[in-house]
Every structure is written in structure tokens, then in C-alpha cells.
Design a protein around this ligand. Structure first.
Ligand SMILES: C[S@@+](CC[C@H](N)C(=O)[O-])C[C@H]1O[C@@H](n2cnc3c(N)ncnc32)[C@H](O)[C@@H]1O
Length: 239
């Protein structure tokens, strides 16, 4: 499939903003084949670039919340395991959770040679499939922009529940007030109201992300500006 075929199919696979809460339907539509799924997740279909951006994100995790060989790690909204594939080489076990079974099918194919990985399809928003105190690190990257605020907070609360005491969390989004954030916002504004796609990217503020983590009970909460246009909130479960 050429890149423009895949782009065309991707744009045809989107539903409109009224369906945003129907995350499973919206994201299964965008994962019907590996190329469309890769475009939906990363904006391109280049495996080398996927690896490069994943390594850069792993570096960010190391610098912000730390990453160790004994860590049991959960990614919320793991997509095609862009990050999980290389990250699983650096931790004890990597769990990838996603609302879309279609995305997870592509992730499974990409992880066939990574034995210390487990993929879990989420029934709905939340981490009900996981027990409390199970993970050393929970992270969620390039997902919050596609969720309503209530659902963002639900995942922060759930991360608190499934982390062991002392466990670390990481959540990111793009901020409205950066050059990049404002560009994304104005591009969204240009859609006719009834044609905005369900997965359209919506910003967070630093205050919003910090509030979620503090309200959920995390301590050592920090919100940082990252070099890649994102803001990231990190924290630690007390104990
Ligand atoms: C842009 S992709 C990012 C994937 C991955 N985090 C990465 O960085 O490569 C967004 C992912 O979030 C998932 N997702 C969307 N809504 C979700 C929800 N409510 N709960 C869990 N995952 C969701 C999608 O299925 C998709 O795989």
C-alpha cells in the first residue's frame, strides 16, 4: 500500500466528534490494517522512525521517573507497541493496555519475539482488568489528547490504584500555549463543526495535569515542559 492510499483510508476511517466517547469503536475503525494503525498512532508508517521516537521516549521516562531492570511496567493506550517493543528489553515485564482490540492485534504481531510482554484489551475506560498494587511504573503517552478530561482523570486515579506503594507514574499531553499547541488548536478550529473527527487532538494545561495527579493522591508531583512539544506530569504513590 502506498503512503497516499493509506492516508486516504485513514481519513475515511474516522468518525465525528459526537462519537469521541465511543473510544473502542473510534480506534478499532483506525486499526483495520497495520499501515492505517501506524498512521493513526504515529503519523507515519516507517518502522525505523517508530524505533527512533520510542527510544527518545524511553530516554524521557529514564530522566523523569526512572526505569530499572526489575520494573513491572504498564502502558495505558499502548497502540501498536511502538514503545513497548524496545522498552520490554529494559524492564522485567511490560504490560500494554488499550481500548482497541484492533491496535492490540498489530501490537501482538510486533511483539512476537518479546516473551516478557502481555497485552490486555480494556473493556471500557479504566484499568478494571488489573489488580491493585501490581506495577512499579505506569505511563501513558500521546493518549490524553484523544480523551475527554473526565476519562483522563479516570486513568490517573486508576494508575494510583494499580501502582504498588512507591510506584511512579507519567502522563503527557501537548499544551495549548506553545507554538505547536496553538497550531494544533487552530487546525482543529478550521473543521466545520459537524466534521471534526472523533479522535481530534485536544490540549491540556500544566495546572490540569498537576491537579489530576495531586487529587488522585500522588506525591512529588511535577509538571515539566519536554523538548518534543509535550508537557508531562509525573508523581509517586506514597509509601
Ligand atoms: C496516538 S495512539 C498512541 C499509542 C502509543 N501510546 C504510542 O505512543 O505509540 C493512541 C492510542 O490510545 C488508544 N486509546 C484511545 N482511547 C483510549 C481509551 N479510552 N482507553 C485506552 N486506550 C485508548 C488508541 O486505541 C491508540 O492505540
Amino acid at each position: 500500500m502506498t503512503s497516499s492510499d493509506a492516508n486516504q483510508r485513514w481519513s475515511e476511517s474516522t468518525s465525528t466528534l459526537g462519537d469521541r466517547s465511543e473510544y473502542k469503536k473510534v480506534w478499532n475503525l483506525q486499526s483495520q490494517d497495520p499501515d492505517v494503525a501506524s498512521l493513526a498512532v504515529a503519523g507515519h508508517m516507517d518502522e525505523a522512525k517508530l524505533e527512533l521516537t520510542a527510544q527518545s521516549f524511553i530516554g524521557t521516562l529514564r530522566e523523569t521517573v526512572g526505569l530499572g531492570p526489575n520494573d513491572v511496567v504498564l502502558e495505558i493506550g499502548c497502540g501498536i507497541a511502538r514503545v513497548g517493543k524496545p522498552l520490554s528489553k529494559e524492564c522485567l515485564h511490560w504490560f500494554g493496555a488499550d481500548i482497541s482490540g484492533g491496535m492490540l492485534a498489530h501490537a501482538a504481531a510486533r511483539l512476537s519475539e518479546r516473551p516478557n510482554t502481555t497485552l490486555v484489551e480494556l473493556a471500557t475506560v479504566g484499568l478494571q482488568e488489573f489488580p491493585r498494587d501490581a506495577f512499579d511504573l505506569v505511563y501513558c503517552t500521546i493518549v490524553f489528547m484523544h480523551l475527554f478530561e473526565w476519562d483522563r482523570y479516570r486513568y490517573v486515579e486508576e494508575a494510583f490504584r494499580v501502582l504498588r506503594p512507591g510506584g511512579r507514574c507519567y502522563f503527557d499531553n501537548f499544551p495549548l500555549d506553545s507554538e505547536h499547541g496553538w497550531k494544533v488548536f487552530t487546525e482543529g478550529a478550521r473543521y466545520p463543526v459537524d466534521r471534526r473527527p472523533a479522535h481530534i487532538s485536544m490540549a491540556s494545561t500544566r495546572e490540569e495535569l498537576g491537579a489530576y495527579l495531586r487529587k488522585a493522591g500522588f506525591e512529588d508531583v511535577r509538571v515539566r515542559d519536554l523538548p518534543n512539544q509535550l508537557i508531562a506530569a509525573t508523581g509517586r504513590k506514597p509509601g
